[in-house]
Ligand binder design. Structure first.
Ligand code: PRX
Length: 587
């Protein structure tokens, strides 16, 4: 475990005194920030409309959409008006509060307007990744039973109209191509004629706002339900963790089908009255720097995968851009790791603040804060209002420095309110009273910093009782100069047999897979880690990763054992569109 300690970057951040705030925290204090405080009826759109109604903020940008160097801006007033038009359009087509609509669109400004439009009318939205296969779409339609699907002519072919319920309406945001199905409704003209005022309808606190299908690291995707009340957690984490201020220009590189794109690229900055930047292009290292420079981004929430892309592109590139407005960098999805941390520190002049959460938690729960010292390699400390425990297989809390499962005391504003249509799977998270079991293995040090050790189901059993998180082994492999990315799985089935492992490795540019390199990597690992018996190393062009950046070891394991790989829809598709899908390499 890393002992280094990097002093806090900004003692004057929104959250000044972590310990004091943590001890005196109350969610009710945050509820007071909303217009509905004191009543049970609310709507997240109502809170966002406040900026459109105030004269000093109505012309401020809510969204900057950038594609191929061109900028399109949407002010808070326009956000209110355009989202109102969508609310009218959907209700005029017969959709009622609590009906569901699937949004299957490539990243574009309309997704954001549609999400807020649905919120106004109380329609539950569910964003689907544009890269989903037909089978995956059908699986979600059968599970979520939407009343309508809104899509684009380029994507509509992926919806097999003949095999889905014919009552589902299909809306197209652009005119259909010749040969359109009679059931498809082109709404591109109608939307313009809709009234620009749709006052948000108020609903009880726990009314569903959206459904997000999880990446299913170890099982089929589940429709995680989130409510309007999540806004309380969004506001608190937006201010405390992302350090957003009213004049912030935030960039989050995530399609809204990954919850990060819904929560932190849309609703959170809007609740604060900040500006969110959305990039419609494929992500290259130069485009990252250019986007930060051109838009004057001050807060950047990204992923370790993007940081690896920057590292690959070299140290010279960032020197060509003016990144002086950038003041806060945070990451999510997988461990940032010391290598990424120090590279960013050296080349961008800032600490990257790792944060942890999951679709089920709805908001960031563990984080590094700008006013708190960082231990590189740690995912940080619990967010004020969140009580994090490390528990054993019986739900007993473990002392510090022991590895166990991360469990969070329930409830908090942001916690999922259900798994759509599957009460049993929902209840599995709450096997032990009063806590959400996350399935993530962690170690808490004596100051409360949490260190990620992998998913509970990915743990590697070494000789005897020794258990090791795959992350630790992968991290060591990644310190070898030839290795860009690595994953490790267990390949021995029987409990008592000698444990054996297989590593999957992608190489940095300039290195070629070879038997010799395979041998070298094996001995490299065994000099650094005792008791580990690596049977094989396979070279791959890139490793399968979920939207969150998690290595999908389950996919590697399944292909190794020759069994079906399950749902892989979130593979590498939403955070870094340019990354190639995994391909095996020779050697
Ligand atoms: O295993 C954890 C990993 O991503 C999982 C959640 O994935 P998903 O629901 O797709 O993401 C939602 C928004 C992040 C977690 O169970 N994960 C997330 N953040 C980190 C992480 N693993 C290590 N370090 C992190 N900072």
């Amino acid at each position: 475990m890393i002992k280094a300690r990097i002093p806090a970057e900004n003692p004057d951040a929104n959250l000044r005194d972590y310990r004091h705030t943590y001890e005196n925290f109350s969610w009710e204090d945050w509820e007071k920030r909303f217009t509905w405080y004191g009543s049970d009826d609310l709507n997240i759109a109502q809170e966002i409309d406040r900026w459109a109604e105030a004269t000093d903020t109505r012309n401020k940008n809510a969204i900057i959409y950038q594609k191929r160097g061109e900028k399109q801006t949407i002010t808070y007033l326009k956000l209110k008006e355009e989202s109102s038009r969508w609310a009218h359009l959907f209700t005029s087509k017969g959709l009622k509060a609590q009906d569901k609509i699937f949004v299957h669109l490539p990243i574009c400004p309309d997704i954001y307007l549609i999400m807020l439009g649905c919120a106004r009318a109380g329609i539950i939205f569910c964003n689907l990744l544009p890269s989903l296969s037909m089978d995956e779409i059908v699986m979600r339609i059968e599970d979520g039973k939407p009343s309508a699907i809104i899509t684009h002519p380029d994507l509509v072919e992926m919806i097999p109209l003949e095999s889905i319920d014919e009552r589902i309406k299909i809306f197209l945001i652009e005119p259909p191509l010749p040969g359109a199905h009679p059931g498809e409704i082109d709404v591109s003209r109608e939307i313009k004629d809709m009234p620009a005022e749709f006052p948000p309808r108020r609903f009880p606190k726990r009314t569903p706002l959206y459904i997000a299908y999880t990446s299913g690291v170890s099982s089929a995707p589940k429709g995680v339900v989130h409510t309007h009340y999540d806004m309380v957690g969004m506001l608190a984490t937006g201010e405390y963790v992302l350090d957003l201020k009213r004049d912030s220009i935030l960039w989050v590189q995530a399609h809204p089908a990954w919850i990060t794109g819904t929560v932190y690229s849309a609703f959170t900055p809007w609740l604060i009255g900040a500006t969110t930047v959305v990039l419609g292009d494929t992500l290259l290292a130069s485009r990252v720097y250019e986007t930060i420079e051109k838009n004057g981004i001050d807060v950047w929430y990204t992923t370790p995968e993007v940081i690896r892309t920057l590292i690959e592109a070299g140290e010279d590139l960032p020197t060509r851009y003016d990144l002086t407005r950038l003041r806060h960098i945070a990451t999510v999805g997988e461990p940032l790791g010391p290598e990424g941390f120090y590279w960013i520190k050296k080349n961008l002049g800032h600490s990257a603040h790792d944060t942890w959460w999951m679709t089920e938690t709805g908001i960031i729960c563990i984080a590094n804060f700008p006013s708190v010292d960082i231990k590189p390699g740690a995912m940080g400390l619990p967010v004020p209002g969140i009580n994090a425990m490390v528990v054993d297989d019986d739900g007993n809390e473990l002392p510090s420095m022991s590895m166990g499962q991360l469990a969070l005391k329930i409830p908090w504003p942001g916690l999922m309110s259900g798994i759509w249509g599957d009460e049993k799977r929902y209840m599995e998270y709450f096997k032990f009273k009063g806590m959400l079991l996350t399935g993530d293995m962690v170690i808490k040090d004596d100051e409360g910093y949490l260190f990620y050790q992998g998913r509970s189901d990915d743990l590697l059993k070494l000789q005897g009782e020794r258990v090791i998180g795959p992350y630790e082994v992968e991290h060591i492999l990644k310190t070898h100069p030839a290795v860009k990315d690595a994953a490790i799985i267990s390949i021995s089935e029987e409990e008592d047999s000698e444990r054996a492992f297989k590593a999957f490795v992608s190489l940095k540019e300039g290195y070629i897979p070879s038997t010799r390199l395979r041998y070298e990597l094996k001995s490299y690992l065994s000099t650094k880690l005792r008791d580990i018996n690596i049977k094989d190393i396979e070279f791959m062009k890139s490793l399968p990763r979920s939207c969150g950046g998690d290595v999908l070891r389950r996919v590697l394991r399944a292909s190794e054992l020759g069994i079906p790989i399950g749902d892989i829809s979130n593979l590498n598709a939403c955070s870094v569109p340019s990354l190639e899908s995994s391909k095996k390499e020779g050697g």
